[in-house]
Design a protein. Sequence first.
Lengths: 310, 179
Amino acid sequence: MSQLSVQHLLGIKHINKADIDLIFKTADHFKEVINRPIKKVPSLRDITIANLFFENSTRTRLSFELAEKRLSADVVNFSAAQSSVKKGETLIDTANNILSMKVDIIVMRHPDVGACDFLSKHVNARIVNAGDGTHEHPTQALLDSFSIREKLGSVKGKKIVIVGDILHSRVALSNIYALNLQGAEVKVCGPKTLIPKYIESLGVGVEYNIKKALEWCDVANVLRVQNERMEINYFPSTREYSQLFGINKQLLDSLGKKIVIMHPGPINRGVELTSDVADADQSIILNQVENGVAIRMAVIYLLAQQIQHK
Amino acid sequence: MSKKILLSSKEIHIILHRLACQLIENHNNFENTVLIGLQPRGIFLAERLVAILKNDYNVSNVELGQLDITFYRDDFRRREAPLQANKTTINFIVEDKNVVFIDDVLFSGRSIRSALTAIQSFGRPSKIELLVLVDRRFSRDLPIQPDYRGRQVDVINKEKVTVHWKEKDGKDAVYIINN
């Protein structure tokens, strides 16, 4: 297999194991490229990419932009705070305006679930989902699995626990799909109010006790509490959350084994992770960031490959 | 389909030794020279030459790298079959070094053009040379010629030259295939 089975990367739900393998294999090559003295290849010099960010982002936007530039694509950026989207222009109009400037690929983050799906049906460009509401964030899940594969050799058969705000997390959903496809065992752990009902139907286990969850796992992927998506209080206080679900050095040392700590960022230090855990040598948080660029280069390269030169 | 043998295993053996001697003639003890095998098929020739230099001519400090040119090709999105990348391994600095590119067959010259761009990501070599086992004369798209050639051959465009290596294909041989 040397071609993706899809034309857009809308979510992990739409791709298969062979796609993931191809993306990882290609990302291996790009990881070598971004560690060269000159970290750039000319492959996409006749491709133009628009990054449409309708929701705040620093890491993902930078990572995509860097990936695109390292492939030599021309890049245009569009950021809109949630409020300015509501000024009146529809999503299709915004996208079509940008497309009239001859854009080949759109990378979009949007607060609404399914926005990328919708766009892919209405505009003539390849779409990469950079996060749609509480739905999916496929490149994050890919880079998480890629980082696990790099650290532990493979993802298959590994025990992964996703800790925290599962209810509002697109990272959690994409990770569950990706890890299941690769044959990992997955559990989620967090306050009852932040774990969706019927989540077991996705093929994951549920654990409400953080210590038990950590004792079980090889890797803990710790999520941020997304206060901005909560209209009501899901737990009494941040202090209580960090006492019940926060991971500190003492807890890690009590496990009798070394587990891998991951976090998609940005970290609320002292809430879900204490600083000594975030900076410990078993934490691969900064490797995740580096791998993010390689994974995004691979995804964009493989999608661009399908666009025939006119 | 007709398949004609161009070089036998014995002829390849003689040619490899001659090429190794020519390299020694120009690069002495390889103090300031590095060899780069081009992926995917040039790496076998490069490894073979390094082994001959070491075992038969006592030159053991030759630095060898592998360069993949997939991301530098000029036919991305312009061909039917998608491109497959290979591994690049260059664990040394090429800045101010003499670099010898090694590939099995020189045809249009486009791969070499890509390699010339690709190598710049690793520094600015002081000089770049090209060594090929088979040089297909009269089929160049670009003004590129080898510095060391095993055998020069005149074949028409629809004929294909394939090099087989013992390590990969079971025996050493070069064939001309006419479809």
